[in-house]
Design a binder for this molecule. Structure first.
Ligand SMILES: NC(=O)c1ccc[n+]([C@@H]2O[C@H](COP(=O)([O-])OP(=O)(O)OC[C@H]3O[C@@H](n4cnc5c(N)ncnc54)[C@H](OP(=O)(O)O)[C@@H]3O)[C@@H](O)[C@H]2O)c1
Length: 238
């Protein structure tokens, strides 16, 4: 039986991916801080899920928790990092920005490093992370969120390079959603909003096909392309 861990499976994309993996026959380790939501998820298919509630900002404990969960599962083929946070921050409140970095930069790095090192030692495995289309340019509304997603995108590119160098079947997937209808997608001017179900199906396909970079839904590749082309002097005025 294939084994997976989803970090951030209590809600949104991570939760939906956990359901899809379970339906595909995976045994899935599900994490997040809200244990009651993990218990509800497990109740849907008790034999498919193993729960481990933890906070990714508790950096020292991230590897400990992941090792324990991997041992309970009896192995690991796929690790998905879906945990993330981000708020519109018009006041440039430093506490908001610091916490975003704790989750999206420090927590992300702790999960990514543990995953890559484990898969390298095992000589196989797949690490996938949900970044964002937001990582492509800066944002006046949520500077830390967009910058932290740029960090994740570049970090994953670095891991892809490492994977190539070690010449082992270790795969990295950078998943870049546009808008997905979850608790995180709060705000105005949203368009092309996908359901978590549709987004997660596309993410699952990309993981199965071992894609390096995927836009979700697919049409967001066009937005990414245009975003990159907008000259800085125009982008500043937006
Ligand atoms: N929704 C969108 O439009 C959109 C677009 C682009 C990218 N994304 C990215 O997609 C990923 C999933 O977000 P979502 O849309 O599914 O939103 P969501 O429903 O709010 O899910 C966020 C997940 O992150 C977990 N999390 C947050 N802080 C955590 C912490 N300190 N420790 C452990 N887990 C933590 C949450 O679990 P607990 O609260 O239980 O800990 C939850 O499971 C995020 O990385 C987000 O940046 C979303």
């Amino acid at each position: 039986m294939k084994k997976a861990i989803i970090v951030g499976a209590t809600s949104g994309i991570g939760r939906q991916l956990a359901i899809i993996l379970a339906e595909d026959g995976y045994q899935v380790g599900i994490t997040g801080r809200r244990e009651e939501l993990l218990i509800e998820l497990k109740a849907l298919k008790p034999e498919s899920f193993i729960i481990s509630a933890f906070d990714v900002t508790n950096i020292a404990n991230v590897p400990v928790n992941l090792v324990e969960l991997k041992e309970q599962l009896g192995g690991l083929d796929l690790l998905i990092m879906s945990s993330g946070t981000g708020k519109i921050n018009p006041a440039l409140d430093t506490d908001v920005e610091r916490y975003t970095n704790e989750v999206n930069v420090a927590g992300f790095t702790a999960v990514a490093d543990w995953g890559f090192n484990f898969f390298e030692q095992q000589a196989s495995g797949h690490f996938a992370a949900i970044t964002s289309i937001g990582g492509i340019r800066g944002s006046r509304q949520a500077p830390a969120y967009f910058a932290s997603k740029a960090y994740q995108i570049n970090y994953l590119e670095g891991l892809s390079q490492r994977a190539k160098k070690i010449k082992l079947p270790v795969y990295i997937t950078d998943i870049r959603p546009g808008f997905v209808n979850t608790a995180m997608a709060a705000g105005e001017n949203m368009f092309w909003m996908a359901t978590a179900e549709k987004a997660s199906k596309q993410i699952f396909d990309a993981i199965q096909n071992k894609k390096e970079v995927v836009y979700v839904t697919k049409r967001w590749r066009l937005v990414a392309f245009i975003f990159r082309l907008v000259p800085r002097f125009l982008y500043k005025r937006m």
